[in-house]
Write a protein that binds this ligand. Structure first.
Ligand SMILES: Nc1ncnc2c1ncn2[C@@H]1O[C@H](COP(=O)(O)OP(=O)(O)OP(=O)(O)O)[C@@H](O)[C@H]1O
Ligand SMILES: [Mg+2]
Length: 413
């Protein structure tokens, strides 16, 4: 059989730990996958940032991207790579660029997911009073009664940017006075007002990577390094399936291979509240116990995509809209949508591929996560984020949690 090399590009920013884990485990695996008459090998490369000719071709098959949502030169390079060379990138850069919280709420309202009631309000201030802005607001801007919107939604409610992220400018508002104050302070930001799902009894984050998901019980009050808890048995099978399937529908709908969906449980129902998080947190300092899962899921999905030279697909939203109707329960809707989702993610082929070609991954990764190189990778990340006198303690803490993962979930030696 002839040999072929698939090239996987890592588009990185401040990432430290995960690219080391990804690259080292791939190196140890030393994959040689028989596919379509060839023996496929893999080359991993960190992409550099430099000027590029729009007509220049790139040799990559897959790019794993961490920059598109904030670093425009990379995003535009990626668009070129998709258009000229059919490179498969996760996530789809056009989708990352344009799908904000508001779009995701509207789409899931249309599909019948239980989304908290939400309003958008025009900004309190504008940066520059251009001639056009004057003319526009003078003719079409309407005075509105903020208090009346607050009454409609009820208190408490949340005021947060329609395109938020990183808990920026999020405030809980308990009455009309606070609502008016929060609006005064919101400046030029375009804000959502959203019904608060409070008090709630559980908060989860469901991480999706291709067709793979992992739901984590999340403690919003804990310090950052303790928010992802390591509890595993906190869901009934039905609830676990509901959360998994809502996340898969969202991720497939928006062409987000890697995304994280936040859901709140109140009065027996799970409500997605924030799921426009493509390119979610991948740091060992927040994921710790769950970090190996993300690395393994990433390896599986990228190797599958690279081997088969997966291509970007059109969004095809009509197909989703066509299979749901008003009479359906949430479970029925998800069941109607899942065939589209699994076709998009090629779930069956993916699972067969993993069973055939990546059966040894768990064992290799479990060994690697116990190594000195793994510990050093954790230490490098901790050193970048923590004051010097805390480096030892937090390296021990995070590496220790990874060891707990090895004992509980890693491959048995
Ligand atoms: N409707 C809501 N009901 C209850 N809590 C909410 C609601 N909206 C936001 N919150 C709380 O505020 C936090 C931040 O809100 P949200 O996730 O929408 O913003 P964000 O900027 O995307 O934050 P992050 O980057 O941490 O996900 C949530 O994690 C949750 O604790
Ligand atoms: Mg959030």
């Amino acid at each position: 059989m002839t040999e072929a090399t698939r090239r996987i590009g890592l588009s990185l920013g401040a990432d430290i730990c995960w690219p080391i884990a990804y690259t080292e485990i791939m190196r140890t695996l030393d994959l040689a996958i028989p596919y379509d008459g060839e023996t496929v090998r893999f080359d991993i490369e960190r992409l550099s940032i430099e000027p590029f000719d729009l007509e220049e071709h790139v040799p990559h098959d897959v790019v794993i991207d961490r920059l598109t949502h904030w670093f425009n030169p990379r995003r535009e390079w990626i668009k070129k790579a998709i258009l000229l060379d059919d490179v498969y990138v996760f996530n789809n850069p056009w989708s990352v660029q344009s799908m904000e919280k508001l779009t995701t709420y509207c789409a899931m309202i249309r599909l019948g997911l239980p989304i908290p009631r939400t309003w958008l309000i025009p900004p309190k201030e504008y940066d520059e009073w251009s001639h056009d802005l004057h003319a526009t607001l003078r003719q079409y801007g309407r005075y509105f009664d903020l208090g009346a919107i607050g009454d409609k939604l009820g208190y408490p409610l949340f005021m947060k940017p329609y395109d938020g992220g990183g808990w920026r400018a999020v405030s809980k508002v308990d009455d009309e006075e606070q609502l008016r104050e929060a609006y005064e302070e919101s400046g030029t930001a375009v804000m959502h007002l959203q019904e608060a799902i409070l008090p709630f009894d559980r908060f989860v984050r469901c991480i999706g990577l291709g067709p793979q998901t992992r739901t984590v019980l999340y403690d919003i009050e804990a310090p950052l390094h303790d928010r992802y808890t390591d509890e595993r048995d906190f869901l009934t099978d039905d609830d676990a399936a509901l959360i998994r399937d809502m996340t898969l529908v969202i991720n497939a709908f928006f062409a987000w291979d890697f995304n994280s969906c936040e859901l709140i449980h109140r009065e027996g129902a799970w409500m997605p509240i924030d799921y426009a998080n493509p390119c979610p947190d991948s740091q060992v300092t927040s994921l710790h116990y769950h970090f190996p899962w993300v690395i393994l899921a990433n390896i599986r999905w990228s190797v599958f995509a690279a081997t088969r030279r997966r291509k970007q697909q059109p969004m095809g939203w009509r197909r989703y809209f066509a299979v749901v109707d008003d009479e359906m329960t949430l479970r029925e809707r998800l069941d109607a949508l899942l065939p589209i989702v699994h076709r998009r993610f090629e779930t069956e082929a993916f699972e067969e591929f993993c069973a055939t070609h990546l059966a040894h991954l768990d064992e290799v990764a479990t060994a690697w996560f116990g190594s000195d190189v793994a510990r050093d990778a954790v230490r490098q990340k901790v050193t970048a984020l923590f004051p010097e006198h805390e480096v030892e303690r937090f390296t021990d803490l995070f590496f220790g949690r990874i060891q707990t993962w090895r004992e509980r979930e890693g491959a048995r030696a």
